[in-house]
Design a protein around this ligand. Structure first.
Ligand SMILES: Nc1ncnc2c1ncn2[C@@H]1O[C@H](COP(=O)(O)OP(=O)(O)OP(=O)(O)O)[C@@H](O)[C@H]1O
Ligand SMILES: [Mg+2]
Length: 328
């Protein structure tokens, strides 16, 4: 049985349409008009236990909506979601005890209390045996390197420290499925890296299924082998990160170091020059021409070093989103 099974899932929000002016407001008292926002349109995917999935898409794509459905906070308009054999929105206790949702923008810890107090409360709510609780808490604390801050008032913690505590709080009951909605948002590069490391470690150690959304492509690149792309509510791609690049990047890049200076005009004969310095340059070339162009460059220019690479994933994904390319 897959850990998560989503079939033809859709979610439409009914939004109250604001009417113009006083007349409109009065009219609205008697007759409210609603507008449909189709946030998620007929998406399907299946995820096995222990997988770590990157769930990506531009703003408003439907990521948070999907995660809210999967964690039982929203009822789908149509289609079905099954997680660990449960229907999430039924919110069965046995289900809620096996999952967790962490939202980078939301605070679940008590602001005025030390984090440890929230942890203890969770111990009671989730009925975690004391020994197990201590064992997991010690483990998570060590993995996140936060021993000394658990007794400080949450309001006095840095954003990174707080996020670590949020994660501990969400993981004390060792959920089998974890939904992470932009857990690294707003963190500095070092804190992002630490958190990434932790997510990976947790996934491996506890064999948890994890769906992660992030606008930072580094998160997704480093953590997820498989990505699901959603765009305007429609599922666009589901598969390997590497294949996404191969499939949608029309170009490859040639990075060059020269022995002596080469003019930009000269270089432009070979492709699209995307970066240019006296002794260093980058040229973008159609994938199918890459061999030919590379050997031509080697023959005609004073090349010291040449290196062929894929276009950065960020760029490809940005292109896909900007062009509203229909993916297959
Ligand atoms: N409670 C709501 N009521 C009405 N419309 C909503 C509600 N929540 C989200 N939407 C709309 O549904 C669509 C999908 O929103 P969602 O929050 O799922 O996107 P997202 O992919 O998480 O975006 P982001 O990357 O900005 O977090 C958007 O058009 C949004 O405006
Ligand atoms: Mg969101």
């Amino acid at each position: 049985m897959p850990s998560i099974e989503v079939t033809g899932l859709s979610k439409t929000y009914k939004v109250y349409k604001k009417q113009e002016g006083l007349k409109g407001s009065i009219k609205a008292l008697f007759h409210r008009e609603y507008e449909d926002v189709e946030a998620v349109k007929n998406i399907s995917f299946s995820i096995s236990q222990g997988e770590l999935i990157g769930f990506i898409g531009p703003n408003g794509a439907g990521k948070t909506t999907t995660l809210k459905i999967l964690s039982g906070l929203l009822v789908p308009t149509s289609g079905s979601a099954r997680v660990l054999g449960f229907t999430p929105h039924e919110r069965k206790e046995a289900y809620l005890k096996q999952i967790s949702l962490v939202m980078g923008q939301k605070n679940q810890l008590f602001w005025d209390l030390p984090a440890i107090e929230t942890f203890n409360l969770n111990r009671d709510i989730y009925e975690i045996p004391k020994e197990r609780f201590n064992e997991v808490l010690d483990d998570l604390t060590e993995m996140l390197d936060v021993g000394d801050i658990l007794h400080q008032q949450v309001r006095k913690l840095s954003l990174g420290q707080r996020m670590k505590c949020e994660l501990i709080s969400a993981l004390l009951h060792t959920p089998k499925v974890l939904f992470l909605d932009e857990p690294t948002i707003g963190l500095d590069v070092v804190a992002q890296k630490n958190l990434r490391q932790f997510i990976k470690q947790y996934n491996e150690k506890y064999n948890a299924t994890i769906i992660l959304t992030s606008h930072y492509m580094d998160d997704v690149k480093e953590l997820a082998e498989r990505v699901i792309v959603i765009n305007d509510g429609v599922l666009g791609y589901d598969g390997d990160m590497d294949n996404l690049v191969k499939k949608y990047a029309k170009n490859k890049i040639i990075r060059l170091n020269f022995e002596h200076e080469v003019s930009k005009e000269k270089l432009e004969q070979f492709g699209d020059v995307t970066d240019f310095h006296a002794l260093k340059a980058t040229v973008e070339v159609p994938r199918e021409d890459i061999k030919e162009v590379a050997s031509k460059i080697l023959k005609e220019l004073p090349v010291e070093d040449l290196d062929i690479a894929e276009v950065p994933v960020e760029d490809i994904i940005r292109q896909i989103f900007e062009n509203h390319t229909v993916l297959e």
